[in-house]
Design a binder for this molecule. Structure first.
Ligand code: GUN
Length: 294
């Protein structure tokens, strides 16, 4: 039997999909089909899986998508040229360049070439800046926006809460903190970001009412790092060896779920927690991009 304190990301993502599908129907009634372009460079196995899942969900909701796969050796200039074409294409409302990119390509240059109006990943400096400024006309990065939506829809009180975010990456940690510190409804938290140079991470974690783990270390968060009753959000996707599993490995989160679940107030399973929400927020961003462009 499922534990009672689980935050069911799959079910909440379906609620969002229902709302998004209604907006898509309204766009289609006006003759507009939301269009999303995926760009993948090279054959990173995880990126293939992620883009495949995003395409499939888009198709189910009525978003037309096109995936552009470029060879690993593609030059930065060639990639920027494709992005410029997609920026100019009226039927493409959203553009997602899947990270990581090959080492010879500057990721920041690529993200800042995508038109801010089509930047459904929320990685363009204009959208990052809008998030910091509390200007809600931009796009939020999908994973931290998904964690935020899970907290809201699970009835977690964010205002005044002590939040500890593990990880300071541009995709999750930094934007997560920026979302939660805003002077806004469902925000107003006191946020600490911990990273590889933080002294006594466990002591920080034990203060948290809400703990967001996004550092990319398998099973990093142990039971003695969690305050009883705390809300634990596990963003991690880590492949670990497991001779019993198909293919000899399996995916686990940043939280030692079996140890932490009994003491957490609420906790995301992993898989089935944050992951589905990342995709749901991407679909929502894409529909919003289409609404704003038309
Ligand atoms: N790689 C890992 N997460 C993401 C994401 O949210 N968007 C893109 N484009 N690449 C990623």
């Amino acid at each position: 039997m499922a534990a009672a304190n689980l935050i069911d990301g799959r079910a909440i993502a379906e609620q969002l999909h229902t709302e998004t599908a209604q907006r898509i129907a309204a766009l289609k009634a006006r003759g507009i089909e939301p269009g999303l372009a995926f760009v993948r460079v090279g054959e990173d196995p995880a990126s293939k899986v992620y883009v495949g899942m995003k395409e499939k969900t888009g198709a189910r909701l009525g978003i037309r998508s096109a995936t552009h796969v470029l060879p690993e050796k593609t030059s930065e200039a060639e990639l920027l040229k494709l992005i410029a074409e997609l920026n100019a294409d009226k039927s493409t409302h959203g553009i997602l360049v899947q990270a990581p990119l090959p080492a010879h390509i500057n990721q920041a240059t690529v993200f800042s070439t995508v038109s801010p109006a089509k930047d459904v990943d929320g990685f363009h400096p204009v959208n990052v800046g809008k998030l910091m400024l509390g200007d809600t006309t931009g796009f939020l990065p999908c994973t931290p926006a998904g964690v935020h939506e899970l907290l809201i829809r699970s009835g977690v009180k964010i205002s005044g809460a002590e939040v500890v975010v593990l990880g300071r990456g541009n995709i999750v940690g930094k934007p997560m903190a920026a979302i939660l510190i805003q002077k806004a409804k469902h925000a107003n938290a006191t946020v600490t970001i911990c990273h590889s140079a933080t002294r006594d991470i466990a002591a920080h974690c034990r203060r948290a009412d809400i703990l967001v783990a996004a550092l990319g270390v398998a099973h990093f968060v142990k039971a003695d790092m969690v305050k009883p009753g705390a809300v634990v959000m596990d963003v991690g996707v880590n492949r670990i060896a497991d001779p019993q599993a198909k293919g000899g490995s399996r995916l686990v989160g940043d939280v030692d779920f079996d140890a932490v679940q009994p003491i957490a107030g609420k906790i995301t399973p992993n898989p089935g927690g944050v992951g589905p929400m990342t995709i749901a927020m991407l679909m929502q961003n894409t529909v919003r991009a289409a609404e704003m462009q038309t």
